[in-house]
Design a protein around this ligand. Structure first.
Ligand SMILES: N[C@H](CCC[C@H](N)C(=O)O)C(=O)O
Length: 263
């Protein structure tokens, strides 16, 4: 059976999206791995299903799978892309509320720019060299001196697999450097098991870390990734929490097609 898919990217973090309002998709890890494979499949960092909502206030529901084929936690760039996808399908106009694995999200779309409200972050564990928080997905954030030439793959894989992160299934790892007030970030993503061009929940964690460590002054925080720039606006609450968090940036339709489902 041919599977009709839509390809989107948000600052180079790329996704296959499927309209699954009429449930046609078989949740099979090997199939998803094949679909996301950059040589033998369509190629993507993850797969996103758009489904009918299970509550009365959401326009749709988002289900996220990493490229390893396993369903995972919230995807910030994917959340921005599914909003653009919902608009393309005529489900929404310029604003929406949708369900995701970490709760309800509001979003606003203007042209190709999508602003996505992220969940509140009740606890940021901040030390001199690093931070840990959950922005919808778990993120370890470390300051480095030369982010451009940093060995993100080796160091990211090492930290992702540290025993202290085993209980949560490992963590995503972000390496950041603040240059002239802008946060430069590179991310090793859990479930992709490689560096991605951008990670929305990671960008959010990088911005909050930089502000709490007094490395940036102004809000919103501008964050530069390999795939482009995003803005993160938020309020610091007390000593180590953040709320009213918005992730803003481009979400671009790339192409649509049919995938020959051999299973
Ligand atoms: N790999 C992440 C989920 C996707 C996060 C990323 N693509 C984003 O934009 O937030 C995890 O398993 O925790």
């Amino acid at each position: 059976m041919d599977l009709h898919f839509f390809k989107y990217q948000g600052t180079g973090n790329d996704f296959v999206l499927i309209d699954n309002r009429i449930p046609i998709f078989k949740n099979d890890a090997k199939f998803i791995q094949g679909l996301c494979d950059r040589r033998f499949g369509v190629g993507a960092d993850g797969l996103i299903l758009l489904e009918n909502p299970s509550d009365s206030i959401s326009d749709f529901k988002m289900i996220y799978f990493n490229a390893d084929g396993k369903e995972s936690s919230m995807c910030g760039n994917g959340g921005r892309c599914i909003v653009a996808f919902a608009k393309q399908l005529g489900i929404i106009d310029s604003e929406t509320t949708f369900e995701a694995v970490d709760g309800l999200h509001s979003a606003i779309i203007k042209g190709e720019t999508v602003s996505l409200k992220m969940i509140d972050v009740p606890t940021v564990n901040l030390s001199r060299e690093a931070s840990f928080m959950n922005t919808g997905s778990p993120h370890h954030v470390a300051f480095v001196d030369d982010v451009k030439d940093f060995d993100v793959f080796a160091q990211g894989r090492r930290i992702r697999n540290l025993p202290n992160y085993e209980a949560i299934g490992g963590t995503n790892v972000n390496f950041i450097q603040v240059i002239d007030g802008d946060v430069h970030v590179r991310t090793y993503e859990r479930g992709v098991e490689d560096e991605t061009y951008s990670c929305g929940t990671g960008v959010t964690a990088a911005a909050i870390t930089s502000k709490m460590a007094n490395k940036v002054e102004d809000l919103p925080v501008k964050v530069l990734t390999k795939g482009g720039s995003l803005e993160v606006d938020f309020e610091i609450e007390g000593l180590n929490a953040a709320k009213n968090i918005w992730l803003k940036g481009p979400a671009t339709f790339v192409f649509e097609g049919n995938y020959n489902d051999k299973t």
